[in-house]
Design a protein around this ligand. Structure first.
Ligand SMILES: *Cc1c(COP(=O)(O)O)cnc(C)c1O
Length: 383
């Protein structure tokens, strides 16, 4: 597959610009073929170890433990920290639902907090206000690739003796003061779902500097088996293992990580140039010292813009442009509304008026121009 030919995706062939598409062009095919030809297609095989080492190196972390997806990576990470029944974990309501679900999977209770209006990440003041005697941990989510304010959250965690978890599923390679996200918390989890910055179809990774924690996660993800002594099971575990085939794709993606990031940053620059001076929309913004990675470039309609978000998305779709609403806040989902209390005006506004635009490594300048022209035309703004 030719990397310069993003028309390799089916929708793209039909003239639709998808919100996201995996982009291959490195060793993906070769490595997968190696798995098939060698017979190493389950969770043993050299690609698993190589992918883990390469990912730890990318983050600048000591340990990386692969899992079969990002959700279970987050679950295993929290289990490894000993989070369980009776504990509360502070979670932003503006996130993908898996962030909160995994707290429930641990038997703990998610306590939702609102976001701050610039970076859209959990608001440290709201976090502080949500702490109770049962609070055990804070989960920071680096939303759409924008780092959360880890210095502020670390200060709060230290003051109240709380664990700090990073859901870095959307932020591979993002930095704060030159340091990669995934290294600020006690543990972090990443996702390699098909639309993420690095993909292996489905996949996840737990990242930590704590060797004992990495060992616990490794044990939990492998049925609780003692990896020093086979057929001995000290704890009741899970099968959360990644396959060698997944790792083969992931490793090939990582080998070209710099290229993927450069392409995504170029896409972001094209968006910023074209939307500069368009008063109807405001993009998510970065705080000083943070270097976000563009996972999904997302904007919110400013107050007073007459066009509502959903009809705007329909018009863009009619122009062959796929977009996505910003995550609907988790506290208002049917499965959570009975447990959530409090007011979340920032998250609710972003959830109602925010949208994500096509962002992936294979987009061309012409694609971004088409998206921005369609957007500004329907908003009645100048392009
Ligand atoms: C994608 C995502 C996850 C879950 O990852 P999967 O690999 O799809 O299970 C968790 N949290 C956030 C914020 C995500 O975007």
């Amino acid at each position: 597959m030719n990397v310069n030919d993003p028309a390799s995706t089916f929708d793209y062939h039909k003239g639709v610009i998808p919100i996201s598409s995996p982009t291959f062009g490195g060793n993906e095919e070769r490595y997968v073929l190696e798995c098939l030809r060698s017979g190493w297609i389950s969770s043993k095989g050299e690609f698993v170890d190589r992918f883990e080492s390469a990912f730890a190196a990318l983050c600048g972390a000591r340990h990386a433990v692969s899992c079969c997806n990002g959700t279970v990576a987050l679950h295993a990470a929290m289990l490894g920290l000993g989070i369980g029944a009776g504990d509360e974990v502070i979670v932003p309501t503006l996130t993908f639902i898996a962030s909160a679900n995994t707290v429930v999977h641990c038997g703990a209770t998610p306590v939702f907090v609102d976001s701050e209006p610039e970076g859209w990440n959990l608001d440290p003041r709201a976090v502080e206000a949500a702490i109770t005697p049962r609070t055990r941990a804070i989960m920071a989510v680096h939303l759409y690739g924008q780092p959360a304010d880890m210095a502020a959250l670390r200060r709060i965690a230290t003051r109240h003796r709380l664990l700090l978890i990073e859901d870095a599923a959307e932020a591979h390679g993002a930095t704060i003061d030159g340091r990669r996200v995934g290294t600020f918390g006690d543990v972090a989890a990443f996702s390699f779902y098909g639309n993420k910055i690095v993909t292996c179809g489905e996949g996840g990774m737990v990242v930590t500097d704590d060797a004992a924690l990495a060992d616990r996660v490794r044990m939990l993800k492998g049925q609780g088996q003692d990896f020093q002594q086979r057929w001995r099971f000290p704890v009741i575990g899970y099968n959360y293992r990644m396959t060698n085939v997944q790792a083969a794709i992931g490793l090939a993606q990582l080998e070209r990580f710099a290229w993927h990031l450069e392409r995504r940053e170029q896409v972001l620059r094209w968006y910023r140039e074209r939307l500069r001076g368009v008063a109807a929309v405001r993009a998510q913004s970065a705080f000083p010292g943070s270097a976000p990675v563009p996972w999904l470039f997302s904007v919110v309609l400013e107050p007073g813009v007459a066009m509502a978000r959903d009809p705007l998305m329909q018009r863009l779709a009619a122009d062959g442009i796929e977009t996505r609403p910003v995550f609907p806040p988790v506290h208002a989902q049917p499965c959570y509304e009975a447990r959530a209390h409090g007011a979340f005006p920032v998250a609710e506004n972003l959830g109602q008026r925010g949208l994500s635009l096509p962002t992936w490594s294979g987009l061309t300048e012409g694609d971004v121009t088409r998206v921005c022209q369609s957007l500004t035309r329907h908003l009645g703004a100048r392009s």
